[in-house]
Write a protein that binds this ligand. Structure first.
Ligand code: ADP
Ligand code: MG
Length: 253
């Protein structure tokens, strides 16, 4: 289907351990889906497998971005195709400033005869940094180098705001954020919401979903989705904890 990020029967292993088990999920553009689940269930594995991380072996299944398979694409091709990943543990890139990093990523999206307009680029960068309440002195700082947890997460959303992907997967973007930073980051994501963006928010806690209100909530356990519902499902999980979720897994799993 076009205008969707469609994951079908995805099986993913790390070494000889199978993590994702016939995992299926379709995210239409314009919708925000949330995945919640206990630690170790495979949420980050899903994000990294979609991104094309080399440690995660896809043994079968399909991932279609607007109807086209991305599984044979390199991670940078997937990014140029419109996919964005915000990692649970963002990488530090000493020696590469935020401004140059995002500029290189934007340049990579232009054709050979196009050139990025530097003043327009900085204008956009500063506007979006202001939106995310990131101090302008960060422009010259190396990507994530010595950043606090919250600063890294804001920096990830800044990249997303600048690259304007079609689909964004945000892996525990709330971890390490205090309540003020959580609000800022959520507002940033909400500003980017719209008909041209599909979002998958991965979180362990319901709190984030008070600010980024999802259209659909999925509960993940042991490598697969065991229940889906509306935003109230997140509240149910919050009050009941994750223990009852185990009983929803298929027998013998
Ligand atoms: P979640 O994000 O839901 O907490 P993960 O996807 O990080 O779960 O992990 C799922 C399972 O895969 C866990 O058992 C974890 O120990 C294992 N795992 C994740 N990454 C690796 C890795 N790089 N090498 C080996 N095992 C891994
Ligand atoms: Mg994780």
């Amino acid at each position: 289907m076009s205008n969707t990020l469609e994951i079908t029967n995805l099986n993913v292993s790390i070494g000889d351990k199978q993590i994702l088990k016939d995992f299926s999920l379709t995210i239409p553009k314009g919708e925000v889906h949330a995945i919640m689940g206990p630690n170790g269930t495979g949420k980050s594995t899903l994000a990294k497998a979609i991104a094309g991380h080399p440690d995660y072996e896809i043994t079968s299944g399909e991932v279609l971005l607007d109807g086209e398979s991305i599984l044979d694409m390199e991670p940078d091709e997937r990014s140029r195709a419109g996919l964005f990943l915000a990692f649970q543990y963002p990488m530090e890139i000493p020696g590469v400033s935020i401004a140059n990093f995002i500029r290189a990523a934007k340049n990579a999206r232009l054709s050979e005869d196009e050139e990025l307009n530097a003043p327009a680029y900085y204008k956009e960068l500063y506007e979006k940094m202001d939106m995310l309440q990131i101090d302008r002195k960060f422009t010259a700082r190396s990507v994530n180098d010595g950043f606090s947890g919250g600063e890294k997460k804001r920096c990830e959303i800044l990249q997303m705001a600048m690259l304007q992907p079609s689909y964004a997967v945000l892996d525990e973007t709330d971890s390490g954020l205090d309540i003020d930073a959580l609000k800022v980051v959520s507002e940033g994501v909400n500003t980017l919401r719209g008909d041209n963006l599909g979002v998958l928010v991965i979180t362990h806690y319901q709190r984030l979903l008070d600010y980024i209100v999802p259209d659909v909530v999925h509960v993940m356990y042991d490598g697969r989705i065991v229940k889906s519902g509306d935003k109230n499902l997140a509240l149910e999980l919050e009050s009941k904890g994750y223990d009852w979720v185990k009983e929803l897994a298929p027998a013998g799993a």
